[in-house]
Design a protein around this ligand. Structure first.
Ligand code: FMN
Length: 363
């Protein structure tokens, strides 16, 4: 396996990675009630996944403000306590000579929390009580964009190597991107260009604040999670990617989810008509592909796609040593979906031992 491009160095923004296997962002709800990563849980969790030096980890979706998101036990980056807590995580990863970006999100219409922003588009929440989402005012749009900027600056202060804007999976940025959810008639809706505006402005503003080489963005043109997916996603996402290539060719990376998955699950997909290849052709910089990869298909992908990395999600839950397992050809331990989201539980979060075959070489 070590002959594969997957284990050749690659530059991503300002960091030099030693391999191209990436930890996909994974919401696990293990944070303290104040949105601080827990020192006894998150620190060893991320440190274990940084086992192979020169690996890129993308930390779980993080709230840039209470207005942006209010799922319980999700981390934040808007208080001093949260920044201090994240410092322990980033230090532990850097001590292993690996790297870590933080994913920043805003929930928009899927926000179930106590702080209910004026959500946007028809709500997919089927609890009978779902509020009809309201259109964000211009003031609120600018406030939310500023939240992303402040959180990104906080991320750098907390020791992150960069941030990933969560433009995927039906959260706010994606709600703006897609016609299926965006019903605005002002300059933030109504056309391909207008729908792209909210997210592209966030990239502009965050890049201006921390440097484009510390910013990535994630897109999921085919995901149906949270009632998303335009009938024909190509014009919209081709425009977004072309614009990013034109304005921010030095962005750290573009992260695009394959049509095989919707959020964290498999989806039925049309192999003839759905493909990320047209998007890949439009982007010259570092490219992260995610969704339904096996070690074999990841090796094949890296060998056949210029400048590419492959992110793993679910298998990283039960295999903290996943990068070494891929490199050494050791089978993955199966994951248990029941352990994904249990708030604050140590069980199913820590305690997955490294493969004994790796002893002496990796630990
Ligand atoms: C438990 C869990 C949590 C996830 N949390 C996030 C998240 O915070 N942000 C995100 O963009 N995707 C999230 N995803 C999607 C993953 O990043 C990834 O794209 C998906 O699992 C497909 O990759 P895989 O087939 O390797 O699992 C999550 C998936 C799972 C299973």
């Amino acid at each position: 396996m070590s002959g594969s491009k997957l284990f050749e160095p690659i530059k991503v923004g300002s960091v030099e990675l030693q391999n191209r296997v990436v930890l996909a962002p994974l919401t696990r709800f293990r944070n303290d009630d104040d949105g601080s990563p827990n020192a006894d849980l998150a620190v060893p969790y991320y440190a274990e996944r940084a086992l192979v030096p020169g690996t890129l980890l993308i930390a779980e979706a993080t709230d840039p403000s209470l207005f942006a998101g209010a799922y319980p036990n999700v981390p934040g980056l808007h208080t001093d306590a949260q920044v201090e807590a994240w410092k322990k995580v980033t230090k532990a990863v850097h001590d292993k000579k690996s790297f870590i970006f933080d994913q920043i999100w805003s929930l928009g219409r899927v926000n179930p929390g106590v702080v209910q922003p004026k959500i946007y588009g028809p709500s997919p929440i089927a609890d009978g009580e779902a509020k009809v989402p309201e259109e964000l005012t211009k003031e609120e749009i600018h406030e939310l964009q500023q939240n992303f900027v402040t959180a990104s600056v906080n991320a750098i202060n907390a020791g992150f190597d960069g941030v990933e804007i969560h433009g995927a999976h039906g959260y706010l940025v994606d709600q703006f991107f897609q016609a299926v959810s965006n019903q605005r008639t002002d300059e933030y809706g109504g056309s391909v260009e207008n729908r792209a505006r909210f997210g592209l402005e966030i990239v502009d503003k965050v890049a201006a604040a921390i440097g484009a080489d510390k910013v990535g963005i994630r897109l999921s043109p085919f995901s149906e999670f949270q009632s998303m997916k335009d009938e024909n996603p190509y014009p919209q996402f081709e425009y977004i990617i072309s614009k990013l290539q034109e304005v921010h060719p030095d962005l750290a990376y573009l992260h695009v989810v394959e049509p095989r998955v919707s959020g964290g699950s498999e989806r039925v997909w049309n192999e003839k008509e759905e493909s990320t290849e047209p998007f890949h052709k439009l982007w010259k910089g570092a490219w992260i592909a995610a969704g339904g990869f096996t070690p074999e298909s990841a090796i094949e992908y890296a060998n056949t796609h210029e400048n590419s990395l492959v992110a793993f999600g679910r298998s990283f839950v039960s295999n903290p040593d996943l990068v070494a397992r891929v490199k050494e050809g050791i089978a993955f331990r199966p994951y248990d979906r029941n352990q994904f989201y249990n708030a604050k539980a140590k069980e199913g979060y820590l305690g997955y031992e490294f493969a004994p075959e790796l002893k002496g070489k990796y630990y």
